[in-house]
Structures are given as structure tokens and as C-alpha cells.
Design a protein around this ligand. Sequence first.
Ligand SMILES: [Zn+2]
Length: 539
Amino acid sequence: MRFSFFSLLFLCLIFGCSPVKKSTENTPASSAATTESVKDDGIIEIVFLQMNDVYEITPALSDNTGGMARVATIRKELLAKNPNTVTVLAGDFISPSVTGTLKHEGKRIRGKQMVEVMNALGVEWVVFGNHEFDYSDPADLQARLDESNFTWMAANARYKTKTWTMQFFKNRNGGQEICPDYLTRTFKDADGTTLELGVFAVMINSGQQPYVEYSDWAAAAQRCYDALAPKTDVCIAMTHLAIDEDKKLAKMFPKLPLVMGGHEHENARVPVGDVIIAKADANARTVYVHTLRYDKNQKTCTLRSELKNVNATISDEPSTAAVVAKWEKIKNDSLASAGFAPYKLVRKLDQPLDCRESTIRNQQAPVGAMLTAAMLAVARHKPVCSLVNSGSMRVDDKLTGSLSELDVLRILPFGGALVEVEMKGSLLRRTMNASEGNRGGGGYLQYAGIQKTETAKGEIDWQVAGRPLNDNDIYRVVLGEFLLTGKEHGMAFLKTESKPEGPGTTNPEVLSLLKPAPGDNTDLRRDIRLAFIQYLRGQ
Ligand SMILES: [Zn+2]
């Protein structure tokens, strides 16, 4: 980097560091400009362009924010100013999305569109997020790893099979390229200043797939840091952790200038001592641009972080836009052949429909009331109540204006059938209490026909159809079939399958299980989205 004394002084005022004396003191003032222009000034700036939690490749329909082709433009502009620019995504990208649920060329897309777009955009480093393990078949994740041109990291997650446990890897040229726990990179600027940077990554333990083994993230981070600290000038972290865990990490490693995180979906810049934890908004509504300035002589680091809105003022980068357009066409064609009319009006909204996760995962929300009413409306066996996990709603947005079928698909990207059961009151109570325990997460339920009450002692109690829940009564309930897999957080006890040899189920507290008849196109229970679209149209 080239500095005159005054520009250096000026920058030092901005960054709050003391001027570096070495490069000016020994040089006569008259020749300073010519000799300094090639002399290593001991100062280097590197830039990180940060995204996290990106599921959509196009701008949001509701407010035209986000869009990966716009982020690619930001990256190009940053690179033109400073070649030492690294683009990162701090977890959650291959799922969920409407496109990911569709089929293309006979195969489920399952995040292929996102990897292709990230390759075109020029993403270099990612940390695994919990959604990278959404797909139950590890072959889907492996395909995405193999297709990607970027480096995936998570020091506390391992790929587990029946016979071995190892780091995740990409298949490359007949061999395996390991996804590292950490890496180092040497940066060099125009005047020859070099910086040895270390980065490590850890993720949240979501425990959802048998093919992933998690170890303690703090111990893994310590191991990485101990390996990196002696051989690097500066160390940073990429995380996909809840913010409280990020704060713990920042306390463990007070010398990190920067922790680039994700998972919360809302932008945050949280200082903990000298450590800055940064998270951008989901779906690239915003991106963070971090400029890290290192003074080699003083061994000091300063960080400037700018949260940048990604909106229509930023043009599309053409090559990324072309990849986005290709997948948009695949999506629209596929939805049309599945019987959905993506851009067909479902309903005009009188007021914004709040589908933000911070709302639906914490309280009974209007969208939950509509969805559970839709479930009751299409049921065929007169259930008294309906239950759906708030995690099945993924759009994480306030929808306004006109709701299209695509919006319904974005709200409910997984779809899935509705099933009707007769369950014991004791199981219904256990389910509702588990839902309360899941508040804040996707396992918090939206429900209809049930009211939360309190006992005289102030403990949680429940009413069904206006009467106290009785553990010995039998209740007819309609619910999303996912809940009966037992895979919802804290609800393994709900696992229920039909007995092949006749009535009854594998769950002693579920007396009967009724599913939609295969091939019956009049039965809207076959897809919760069809039920919701019909309900919304009828209102
Ligand atoms: Zn996450």
C-alpha cells in the first residue's frame, strides 16, 4: 500500500492507531515520495465480504432486497480496490429453499442451485451451518461438496459412517480433498507487506443426522487456535453458532479481531472486549464488508465493519445473473409441471403477514392460526385440534401486498402430507409441553383447538376444545407428518408408524394413524401447501 506521510497520518486518525515511524524517520523529506512508493510500509489491509444464512438466489419478491448477482457486483468492486478481498458465507445455504425441493434431470436439486451460484459469485470460504445437514441422505451433501469451488470448514463436525469417522471431504481428481478445520493464507500488498492470516471454523450442534458426529465446539476451537496462533500474525473465526455461544468464543480468544457468524438471520455487531462478532441479515439482504488493517511493526490490528444494504441501487453482475436466471427457469418450469402456478394470486393481504422466525418460533402467530385452520379444513376425520412445527415455515420474512402460490411455497418449502391420529391425552400433553420447551426454535408448535392455561399453582396446563386436557381421553389430531418421524427437537416420543399387519401403530399412545390415499388428487392432505392455498383462496 502506498502512503504519503500525511495520508498515513490521516488514516491513523481514522483507525485510531499511532503513526508508524520507521518508514518516514530515516528518509529525507525531499525523496520520501519516490522511495516510499516501493518500500514495505509494514501496513496491510485485507477485506472480508461476509454473507450468512442465504437460501434465496434472487431478490425477495416483497421488498426487492438481496440477490446474489448484486453481491457479486459488490465483490468485484471490492476486488478492484483491494485484491486482498475474501468472500465468505458463514453457514446455512444448501437448504431450505423452494428450488432445493424440486427435481431437475431426474434428481432432487437439494442446494445444487446455491452451490453453482456461489461458485459463479466467487465465494471462497464457508462454515457448515445446521442446514447443510438438512438432507437425510449424505449423498446429497457429498454431491454439493464435490461441486463446490470453495473451502468448507467446521472443526467440530465429522462425517460418520458405520465403519469410520473422518473429516468431510470433496472428491477431487480421483482422491479426497479434506475439508480443513482451519487454514492459513499469506496476503501481500502492493508495497510488499505480508500478512499471515489464520481462520478456523466451528458450528452449532444441531444433532439432526446420524451421519454427523459433533464434538464440543469450544474444545475444537481451542485446538485450532493453539495450532494457528504460533504461525500466524492474525487469527479470525468463522462460526455458525447462537449469539450467546459466539460471545463465549470471543471471551475464550480475546485476541481475535473478528468473528464472522450466522444463524440468527438478523444483522448484529456485538463487541466483546476487543473482539467484534458480526452477522449480516439472512438472504443477503445485507452484507458485511470488514476491512482489517494490520500494522506489522506494532503488531496491532484495527477493524472497520460496514453493513451494506443489498438493493436495487446495485446492478447485477452478468455471469452470476446468468446462473441465477438458469435456475429460476428450472424452478418455474418444475413448479408448473407439479401443478403450482408460481405467480398466480392466492390472496391480497390487508396487512403484512408476519412469517419471521423470531415471531413464529416464539408465539402463536396469525400465519400459524391460518395454517392450522387450513389443516382442520381439509381433514376428513373431524379432528379437535391441529399441530404444526413452526420450523416447517421458512420464509423468515414479513410478506406484504399480494400473496402468490410461490409465496406459499416459500413459506412452506418442505411441503409434506397431513396425517390424522387418535392419541392419548397424556401424549398430547407431553407434545404441548415439549413445544413450550422448544420456544425460540423450529420445534415450537403452532396450534388450533388448544388453549394454554395455568393450574392454580401457576404451572402450564392445556385445554382442548374448551375443556381441560384429560390424560386418559383419546383425542383426534391432524398434524404434519414430519412430527411423527420423531425427528423434531425434544419430540422423539412422537415417532409413530403404521403397523403393516393391521390396525394400531408402533407407538403405544397412538391408537390409529390415517394418511391420505396415494394417487387421490382430490385429497388436499397430500401436501400442506395445497391445503393452505385452498384455504387462503376461500377466505
Ligand atoms: Zn443456522
